[in-house]
Design a protein around this ligand. Structure first.
Ligand SMILES: Nc1nc2c(ncn2[C@@H]2O[C@H](COP(=O)(O)OP(=O)(O)OP(=O)(O)O)[C@@H](O)[C@H]2O)c(=O)[nH]1
Ligand SMILES: [Mg+2]
Length: 283
């Protein structure tokens, strides 16, 4: 091994833990084979790396098949304004929480691995529909399990990951498995005993969304509201509501937190706030 290669190998190991895609993991592992020790006693290490490359390549293949709609991978069609997954080790109350948050009626039992397939429910946040999925319990080395890659890919594609845990070690196992699968964790950790309203608010706030109401002149505000990314403008709302609205846009009238006064007249660039009511006037 050339001088400093040991140092570079270590740096690559570090990069590997922080890689946020599978293809990035493959690239780093291949580089590790290049710079790593090549002598006889390092054979075990090299074989381990090669095995991981094979594993990740097969995952890439599976995900490619899933995105084409073929292969045995489990994919869940996105519905609503956002998709949230509940993930955790077994028996931590994932199904219990899903049943409390959504309309789903999953099987809840005191034995382990009760949930064997993803359970889907809809969470209604002030009229905004958030698809919420319980992923079957995660175990250590989950990628090596038959359905591991498929179940983890549900978490990969979600807008928010919610780790359900009873103790800190539970969450640690999940975080490790996410790292192993190159899924960045920017989510939240909750207990099934946490105050339900607090959990709902945490989910909403972490999704980075706001909800606003549209209104037709002379009528009351429409229901349900429209979900938008934080920082959205009248233009973003108009785009969601009707394509023609921007071409024909004259002005908007606005009520709520972002308005200086009721029925303030604003243009397309006006930044909206949660619970605003917007009346678009067109030519
Ligand atoms: N005391 C108490 N028991 C709970 C709570 N949440 C869940 N349980 C119990 O814990 C057991 C497992 O709950 P589930 O909601 O099925 O847990 P899960 O994480 O979905 O479990 P698996 O799908 O089997 O991995 C059940 O017997 C629940 O009644 C809780 O907040 N308090
Ligand atoms: Mg369950």
């Amino acid at each position: 091994m050339p001088i400093n290669a040991g140092f570079e190998f270590q740096r690559l190991e570090d990069d590997l833990a922080h890689a946020d895609s599978i293809s990035e993991k493959v690239r780093i592992l291949q580089k590790m084979l290049q710079v790593g020790p090549k002598h006889k006693s390092a054979e075990k290490l090299r074989n381990g790396i090669k095995k991981r490359i094979v594993k990740y390549k097969s995952m890439l293949q599976k995900e490619k098949q899933a995105s084409k709609g073929s292969g045995g991978s489990i994919s869940i069609k996105k519905e609503g304004s956002a998709q949230v997954v509940l993930i955790g080790v077994t028996n931590v109350g994932k199904s219990t929480l899903l049943a409390k948050l959504t309309n789903a009626k999953p099987l809840i039992a005191d034995y382990e691995f009760t949930t064997v397939l993803p359970e889907v429910g809809t969470l209604n946040y002030n009229g905004v529909i958030i698809q919420t999925i319980e992923v079957p319990a995660i175990t250590e080395n989950f990628l090596d399990k038959e359905l591991g890659p498929s179940f983890l890919s549900i978490a990969r594609h979600a807008d928010l990951i919610v780790i359900v845990s009873k103790k800190r070690e539970d969450a640690k196992i999940i975080k490790n498995e996410l790292i192993e699968a190159a899924i960045p964790f920017k989510g939240i950790i909750v207990k099934s005993t946490d105050d339900l309203e607090k959990v709902r608010k945490k989910i909403w706030s972490k999704l980075g969304l706001i909800y606003v109401f549209t209104k037709t002149p002379g009528k009351k505000k429409d229901y349900p509201p429209v979900a938008l990314k934080k920082g959205s403008t009248v233009k973003d709302l108009a785009e969601v509501v009707h394509k023609d609205f921007i071409k024909k846009f004259k002005f908007a009238k606005i009520w709520g937190v972002s308005a200086k006064f009721d029925a303030q007249t604003v243009g397309l660039t006006h930044v909206l706030k949660e619970e605003d009511i917007v009346e678009v006037h067109i030519k």
